[in-house]
Design a protein around this ligand. Structure first.
Ligand SMILES: Cc1ncc(COP(=O)(O)O)c(C=O)c1O
Length: 402
């Protein structure tokens, strides 16, 4: 029998050392203005109640306000009555309730693909899709500003990970020319609409490079669905880009929960057998799936309403002379974390909730206010917000990107 060489100091109890470790980390983060704490927030449409105050929120990704839409809510309630609140098992066991088929059919139709696969969330989808397609012998190119879950999926895959400069197609081409030949498979992964910057990825140019180098293109449309491309998302925003892997989430403009991949039948089949977060995690609650179906229905049937978040974001950028919004997201980059936190507090004093976004969500030195516009934000409030930002944020701190 092998004897474990456990020399535990009597002065250092294991549980105490965990807490010491945690407090030391938290103290250092606090000093750098980077500690994060969840704040209880009750949402009622575009309004929130936080710490006893009612605020108008510009920090919610419910771009079409569908999470509380009567038809979406009714669909969820109906699904609970019929199928219960939970799926009971993984989709590969007994958690594949009948609503999945309808949602996947609707998503594939919306995105113009042969098939679709729904996952537990957007984060889980990227953690599932990327390692199912590429492995340690392969190559993954990721936009440096892509969402954390793309980076997580790429790391999990074990493939050689090259980060390319934000939306820099020439850099992608250079990296492909340098590395592609040494790897059996290659994947390019990018946000379609960048989550913290609101700009659109150059999908057509990336798709063209993908064709040329046989590198599969994955576009994460978390913030594009229901907002750009007539609601069909970033792949449809400037003509149609040929993107074989259209990934996204149902938790933002669709107002529900869950992630998805729209792709060929073969790729979707592969997900059923190889995507670990799909195989080893319980299926989505039936009400979330039913709500997403109702939301897709509304997105398809109401193009004028779908155009509203972008129109409202553009009202704001125009009022402040900022570059024209390309999506519902408008960043005002302020620099240091403390500056962004102070600006957020100033807006809160005026009755607006605009949460400060800090590293590591964004690169160091680019902490910002991230404004998210929804269909139901009143125009008068957007004008008032712009006036307050001009006077209290831009007037004092001076935005780093202006
Ligand atoms: C670009 C992008 N991808 C994926 C996700 C994750 O989606 P979900 O919230 O469904 O996990 C987000 C959410 O913040 C996102 O912004």
């Amino acid at each position: 029998m092998v004897k474990a060489n456990l020399r535990v100091s009597p002065l250092r109890e294991p549980m105490r050392s965990i807490d010491e470790f945690a407090w030391a980390k938290l103290t250092a983060l606090e000093r750098a203005g980077l500690r994060r704490q969840p704040v209880v927030t009750a949402r009622e449409g575009i309004w929130v109640e936080r710490e006893g105050r009612r605020l108008l929120s510009f920090s919610c990704n419910d771009y079409l306000n569908l999470s509380q839409h009567p038809q979406v809510v009714a669909a969820a309630i109906e699904a609970i009555k019929r199928y219960g609140v939970g799926a009971g098992a993984s989709r590969l066991v007994t958690g594949n309730h009948p609503l999945y088929v309808e949602l996947e059919t609707r998503l594939a139709r919306l995105k113009g693909t042969a098939a679709a696969c729904v996952f537990g969330s957007g984060y889980l989808a990227n953690s599932a899709i990327i390692p199912a397609l590429v492995g340690p012998a392969d190559l993954v190119l990721v936009d440096e500003l892509s969402h954390a879950c793309i980076h997580a999926g790429a790391k999990l895959s074990g493939a050689l990970l090259c980060r390319y400069r934000h939306s820099d197609v020439t850099h992608v081409q250079t990296l492909l020319a340098q590395h592609r030949a040494a790897h059996p498979h290659a994947l390019i992964a990018t946000d379609g609409v960048f989550s913290m910057d609101g700009d659109l990825a150059p999908l057509a140019a990336l798709a063209e490079l993908g064709q040329r180098f046989d590198a599969w293109l994955l576009a994460d449309d978390a913030h594009g669905l229901g907002v750009v491309g007539g609601g069909r998302g970033s792949t449809f925003a400037n003509g149609r880009a040929d993107v074989p892997l259209q990934m996204g989430t149902l938790s933002k403009a669709a107002g529900a929960y869950g992630g998805y991949l729209c792709a060929s039948a073969a790729v979707v089949e592969l997900m059923h057998t190889r995507a670990r977060p799909l195989i080893y995690s319980t299926g989505l609650p039936p009400p979330a799936v039913a709500a997403a179906i109702a939301a897709i229905d509304l997105i398809e049937r109401q193009p004028d309403y779908v155009a509203e978040p972008l129109r409202k974001a553009r009202m704001f950028t125009q009022a402040l002379n900022l570059p024209e919004a390309q999506s519902a997201i408008v960043p005002v980059i302020l620099g240091e974390a403390e500056t962004a936190l102070a600006a957020s507090r100033q807006l809160e004093e005026e009755g607006f909730l605009v949460v400060a976004i800090r590293p590591p969500t964004v690169p160091p030195g680019t902490a910002r206010l991230r404004f998210a516009f929804t269909a139901q934000h009143p125009e008068a409030e957007i004008e008032r917000l712009a006036a307050v930002v001009r006077a209290r944020v831009l007037g004092s701190a001076g935005a780093a990107d202006l």
